[in-house]
Design a binder for this molecule. Structure first.
Ligand code: NOJ
Length: 507
């Protein structure tokens, strides 16, 4: 909106009608607070203000009011594990060993031989420790060295951070997504982490070590409960945690709290990093549903600003099927902007990378710029995102694939999402209905029934590259198509579902 090439609050206000019309309920905005932007806002230097790049507090209040008029919720991003190294707290903390804020961060002596305190590594590559010449100690940073970890064992830190939440909750925000929360309390003994197991979640993310002594600790679960109490001081605020760094559900489920005094939505990334494979996906869903606590809501995340685009990761031919799955499963879905258009990763040469992770790992496939490119609004220069030079390059196909064109095409991915979101809202079977797998209908086909209020819905997803004949005479005598990825109408009890397509039937 300001023409500086970077999305901002005024720009979001202008697009709220689109968000509401498409059928979304809430927007989660990545950090918009003052920050030196070493990690694009995930290095906060003031938790209680707006970065001038994005607007100011007055514009934020306007955004909140305008969203609420449209029945949209606004969810902010809270970054508790670390601040920026430019936060006044850290500047004080590093000023001397005796500073009252010294213990607000995690400082440690070198080992006797002068080496690092332990083997912990930064998520973005290299050691998790940086030497401070002036005070002759190392400080811990789970991410960049510009993102020192706060010491959540210090009650003053806990209180100050809770007050930062209250600042926004008092202003009326509808909730928070809490960043990197799995790391809040690390081993007090600073035990070395073991190597990651080949093929494990961490290995797939390119991490050499498994964070056994840095993530998912009892102390972290306890801090989430305390944080939740802050949310409970207010009416109707949602508490979402970035807890998904695991496919081990025994680590994920405690974030709900017991009895449900933790997160409303502990993000589940199990499918985000799975292969597009019917057997693998169905067993992850089964395992997950089996352990959801009584009264808790499951949730699924299939795309975000840290993972390659759905249409790239799973193949463009499958992108609508991914939406069919995400929006017909039992559980709260999270959709990343632009996935509703089928946006794809944009190739960015190593020399033009701006994501610090991508820069630190130049030979590998780990940068996050490709999935962060501007939203494709229309065919005008810069896709209607900005009048200036966009902060990341646009996809080459933006003139053929954008909101304006897809809105006018009844068979577009955008209209597919809109219909799916509308059905999800209208049909209780989709949002609260029971969920039952229908097994062994055909190889590479995942199928299930959702049922509520006398309505039965059947979903079949063909993961394979061939047409599959699906016979559902065991469960129904007739069927009617509500929506299919190819906009075809299927009827009866034998469905010939083409490769990569999926269908939602009323049975
Ligand atoms: C997770 C966020 O989603 C990611 O973008 C960020 O780089 C790290 N946490 C560090 O805050």
């Amino acid at each position: 909106m300001s023409g500086n090439g970077i999305g901002d609050l005024r720009g979001i206000i202008q697009r709220l009608d689109y968000v509401a019309d498409t059928g979304f309920d809430a927007i989660w905005i990545s950090p918009i607070f003052p920050s030196p932007m070493a990690d694009f806002g995930y290095d906060v230097s003031d938790y209680c203000d707006i970065h001038p790049l994005f607007g100011d507090l007055e514009t934020f209040d306007e955004l909140l009011a305008t969203a609420h008029e449209r029945n949209l919720k606004i969810i902010l991003d809270f970054v508790p594990n670390h601040s920026s190294d430019q936060h006044p707290w850290f500047i004080e903390s590093r000023s001397s060993r005796n500073n009252p804020k010294r213990d607000w961060y995690i400082w440690k002596d070198a080992k006797d031989d002068g080496s690092l305190p332990n083997n912990w590594e930064s998520e973005f590559g290299g050691p998790a420790w940086t030497w401070d010449e002036k005070t002759q100690q190392y400080y811990l940073h789970t991410f960049l060295r510009q993102q020192p970890d706060l010491n959540w064992r210090n009650p003053e830190v806990v209180e100050a951070m809770h007050n930062n939440l209250r600042f926004w909750l008092d202003r009326g925000v509808d909730g928070f997504r809490v960043d990197a929360v799995i790391y809040l309390i690390k081993s007090a003994k600073f035990t070395d982490n073991p190597p990651s197991t080949p093929g494990s979640f961490w290995d797939k993310l390119g991490r050499r070590l498994s964070p056994d002594h840095t993530a998912h600790s009892q102390g972290t679960y306890e801090q989430i409960r305390l944080m939740r109490k802050v949310f409970d001081e207010y009416e109707d605020r949602v508490h979402i945690g970035e807890t998904g760094g695991t496919t081990n559900f025994a680590q994920l489920i405690p974030y709900y709290g017991n009895p449900l005094d933790g997160y409303d939505i502990p993000f589940n990334f199990s499918l985000l990093f799975a292969d597009w494979d019917a057997t693998q996906i169905s067993s992850l869903i089964r395992e997950y549903y089996a352990v959801i606590p009584e009264g808790g809501s499951p949730n699924f995340v299939m795309g975000n600003h840290d993972a390659h685009r759905i249409a790239t990761r799973y193949g463009y031919e499958n992108h609508r099927s991914v939406a069919m799955l995400l929006l017909t499963l039992w559980g709260i879905p999270t959709i990343y902007y632009g996935d509703e258009l089928g946006m794809e990763d944009v190739f960015i040469p190593v020399a033009e990378r701006i994501d610090p992770w991508g820069i630190n790992k130049p030979d590998e496939d780990f940068g996050r710029d490709p999935e962060r490119t501007p939203m494709q609004w229309d065919a005008s220069p810069n896709a209607g995102f900005t009048t200036g030079k966009p902060w990341l390059p646009l996809a080459d196909n933006y003139k053929q694939s954008n909101v304006a064109m897809q809105s006018a095409d009844p068979h577009s991915t955008l209209n597919f999402y809109k219909t799916l979101l509308r059905l999800r809202r209208e049909l209780s079977a989709l949002h609260i209905g029971s969920f039952t797998f229908v097994d062994n209908l055909a190889k590479d086909v995942l199928a299930y029934v959702r049922e509520a209020d006398g309505m039965r819905l059947f979903v079949a997803i063909n993961f394979g590259a061939e047409t599959k004949e699906i016979n559902i005479s065991q469960i129904t005598s007739d069927s009617k198509t509500l929506l299919s990825t190819d906009f075809e109408s299927y009827r009866g009890t034998t469905i010939n579902l083409p490769a990569h397509q999926s269908v939602l039937l009323e049975i």
